[in-house]
Design a protein around this ligand. Structure first.
Ligand code: IMP
Length: 429
């Protein structure tokens, strides 16, 4: 970034949140922000996330581990609002350890985070299969069944692995097998998966498993500051997203409080990340989706393929209806716009300013986003190559106009613009 310090206040929690459908590039920004924080904490989601970070010339995809892990001297926390799959966690952690990152001194895990069992993943597939054409298009990581079990008070938490775990695990697994039998979903075999999963449990025991809420609050009292790293995005939030085509956790600022155990008055800056265009993975309404060559071009240039599942991401123009809603729900104080360079060369850039259906026009997010058509405002594009620019002064006037238009429509400042995957391509406005 051309201007350095991210102005942070001591004793506060700042949040960095994806504010549309996830995949905004949170990993890269956390990496840029980490030097300014003492703690980086994940508060929601699990291995359905895939935060890509290029560090020391090597690409890492972090699923459960916070993106502050590369910085020596920073504490990383997997908070109580997260769900964790021990086998996938072991793979992710070992990959980092084999690259020389000393995880055990840098990572603490909440004893209240919930465990994803192998049978949760089978249940995820079984529930999706039962939905027929109304599939959510989940990542298949067992997220929904694990959070459902948390809410129905039958789940297992990380703290449970410390004592009498085998019996608790066997009881829950038997319960899942019964549900699967009732669903007539019997064509599965978890033998090998379960072996690795149990190895993952042993591996997890080597980490600091603790009451991270108390730990974070003690650190805040000492004047330390925390960056809460969001996962997914506001439109995938269990309450505020495009239900039922959502994930199962609270991805918003409210989720920071419940998912870390911090009080609302500890929250400081709320950074909302979005891309200069829109993407969505999985099923569900997406009014701005482009089915033409423009959509294909955005996917190709923006490498819009899922970091976890490799699926094609659906692509479209920026959606101001969704963004305004997300800014309101989260109390976003600053916007970060990613991937501006992907729109280089388009003669016209479009921005969705309203939805229309049967002659009705709305600018507030409707209850059912199915069947709405986008209403666009057209803006002139730019020919220049943004990715080579290192300061806002170099930006072409039409790109500056696009930024000014978004800021005025969204009534929120865009303080950082990213024009490429590199740290240097993160430009302070
Ligand atoms: P689940 O979180 O695996 O249950 O998937 C629910 C929905 O959220 C599906 O449409 C997924 O494609 C989507 N989803 C989950 N995690 C992410 C993510 O990190 N980025 C983008 N979409 C996601």
């Amino acid at each position: 970034m051309n201007s350095t310090a991210n102005k942070t206040h001591r004793g506060q929690v700042d949040a960095l949140l994806g504010i549309v459908f996830g995949d905004e590039g949170k990993g890269k920004v956390v990496d840029v922000f980490t030097p300014h924080y003492d703690v980086v904490a994940r508060f929601a989601g699990g291995p359905n996330a895939g935060h890509t970070i290029i560090f020391d010339g090597k690409k890492f995809v972090l699923r459960s581990i916070p993106s502050g892990i590369f910085d020596e001297g920073k504490l990383n926390i997997i908070g109580n609002g997260c769900v964790i799959a021990p086998d996938l966690f072991m793979d992710e952690a070992r990959e980092l350890e084999s690259n020389g990152y000393d995880l055990r001194s840098r990572l603490h895990i909440s004893n209240r985070a919930h465990l994803i069992l192998p049978t949760h993943r089978v249940l995820d597939r079984a529930y999706e299969a039962a939905k027929g054409k109304n599939k959510v298009g989940t990542t298949g990581k067992g997220i929904g069944p694990t959070y459902s079990e948390k809410a129905s008070r039958t789940g297992l938490r990380v703290g449970d692995i410390m004592e009498g775990f085998e019996a608790k695990y066997a009881a829950l697994k038997a319960r899942h097998e019964q549900i699967l039998a009732d669903l007539n979903y019997t064509d599965y075999d978890i033998t090998e998966e379960e072996k690795r999963w149990l190895q993952g449990i042993d591996y997890l025991r080597q980490f600091v498993i603790t009451d991270t809420a108390t730990e974070i609050n003690r650190m805040l009292e000492q004047g330390k500051n925390v960056l809460a790293e969001g996962a997914q995005g506001t439109m995938l939030d269990i309450d505020h997203g495009t239900y039922p085509f959502v994930s199962s956790s609270s991805t918003t600022t409210g989720g920071v409080c419940t998912g870390l155990g911090v009080a609302p008055n500890r929250i400081g800056e709320i950074f909302g990340i979005f891309k200069a265009y829109s993407t969505r993975v999985g099923s569900g309404p997406f009014p701005v989706e482009l089915f033409d060559e423009t959509g294909d071009l955005i996917r190709e240039v923006g490498h819009e393929y899922g970091a976890v599942t490799g699926r094609n991401r659906r692509c479209g123009w920026v959606d101001l209806v969704a963004l305004k809603y997300a800014i309101m729900i989260n109390g976003v104080t600053q916007l970060i716009m990613m991937k501006g360079d992907v729109l280089d060369g388009f003669k016209t850039i479009r921005a969705c300013i309203a939805y229309e259906k049967d002659g009705e026009r709305v600018t507030d997010m409707p209850f059912d986003t199915e069947g709405w058509e986008p209403v666009y405002r057209d803006l002139p594009g730019w020919d220049q190559n943004l990715s080579s620019m290192t300061s806002k002064e170099e930006f072409p006037q039409t790109f500056k106009d696009y930024i000014a238009f978004l800021e005025s429509e969204l009534a929120t400042p865009i303080t950082i613009v990213s024009v490429g995957p590199d740290r240097e391509q993160t430009i302070r406005m």
